[in-house]
Each structure stands twice: as C-alpha cells, then as structure tokens.
Unconditional design. Structure first.
Length: 201
C-alpha cells in the first residue's frame, strides 16, 4: 500500500491506521514510485487549487493519470484526495484530475443553517454495493472535516450519500477509482473496515 506524499495530507495517521489492520504501507513522493505501485492512497487536507499545482510541479499529476487510467492501479482518495479526482472545484476555480464526472462545490447556507465546516461524526446512506463499503454496521458513523463537497453528475458512481444541510456524495467508485469524503483513519472501527476493504479488495 503506497500513500502519496505531496505535502498536503495527514500521512502518518493514515499509515498507522493501515498498520492497525495488519497492512504494510509506505509513503512515496516520486512519479516513478507512483507508476510502479500496486495500490495507491491519495490523502489530503488543504486547498484544492494549491494541491493540483503541487501535483503538477512534482510530476505526480501525469504519473497518477498514467497509473490510474492506463495501468488501472486501484486508488483511494481521502477527503481532499477524493475532491481532487473531480473535474473542477469552486475552491480556487481549478480543474482537477477529472477521473469522476463530478464537481467540488462550497457549502453555502443561510445564517440559520449548519455551521461550516462540516466537522464531526455523521452517518452514510449506502446506495449500491461496493467492495469499499462491505461489512459495515447499519449505524456506522464516520468523521468528517470539510467546507467543500462532491456533487456527482454521474449518479451511478455514487456509492453513499450523507446529509449536512444538503445531500452530497460521501463515497464514490468508478472501476478502480475509490473516494471517501470522510476520514477513515479517524473513524475508529468503521473507518478501519473501509481501509481493510480497500486493502484486501
């Protein structure tokens, strides 16, 4: 399991979570390592446009496209990592990797609406079967921290939804591409199950 380091992710906590489920992982940072990986994790905390800029400047943007789209390497995007897989984000008005027919939009509520960011525990509504969501308790809760959310134009890629003032895709899958808006590494047993599902799919 290879966790991509581009300077914008809580890498060690993700690595420790994989360690807890008995999966060996390493942190990688070069295009060559991405191209030769058997399975990738794209974490992320921070600004969308800045993240895309860094991926491009380090040669990781093209390497990811080659690995994921051509070699069909399985990849899991976490939080910002999930959003980077969309075509466009309102955060910096930037184009993303474009692997999923979706946009990353900003939560906009009235003064009486929910607080932004969406921070804390929330459930997910599973919409379709996916290896990523196997063996979860019906009342499983996951930890979210985000001010932007993924709006999928291609409904059949959405595998779970969550409601926070509006309904958004909390997880998606398209072939070898998986994304979750919540942080599995911070979501206790339910989150570890997500990582286990991806590691042993």
């Amino acid at each position: 399991m290879d966790i991509i380091d581009y300077g914008m992710g809580n890498l060690r906590s993700v690595q420790k979570a994989f360690q807890r489920i008995g999966t060996t992982s390493r942190i990688i940072a070069s295009p060559d390592e991405v191209l030769h990986s058997a399975k990738l994790v794209l974490p992320g905390v921070g600004h969308f446009a800045r993240a895309i800029q860094i991926l491009k400047s380090r040669g990781l943007f093209d390497a990811l496209n080659q690995a994921v789209l051509v070699k069909k390497t399985p990849i899991l995007g976490i939080c910002l990592g999930m959003q980077l897989m969309t075509g466009f984000s309102e955060e910096g008005d930037a184009a993303g990797l474009g692997w999923i027919n979706a946009r990353t939009k900003k939560f906009v509520f009235t003064d009486k609406g929910p607080r932004i960011p969406h921070m804390g525990w929330n459930g997910i509504s599973i919409l379709k079967n996916s290896p990523l969501l196997n063996n979860l308790a019906p009342d499983a809760l996951f930890y979210f921290v985000h001010s932007y959310y993924v709006a999928c134009d291609q409904e059949d890629t959405i595998i779970s939804r969550t409601c926070y003032g509006t309904t958004f895709a909390s997880a998606f899958q398209h072939e070898n591409i998986y994304g979750c808006q919540f942080h599995p590494e911070k979501s206790h047993d339910a989150g570890l199950q997500i990582l286990k599902n991806f590691a042993y799919r």
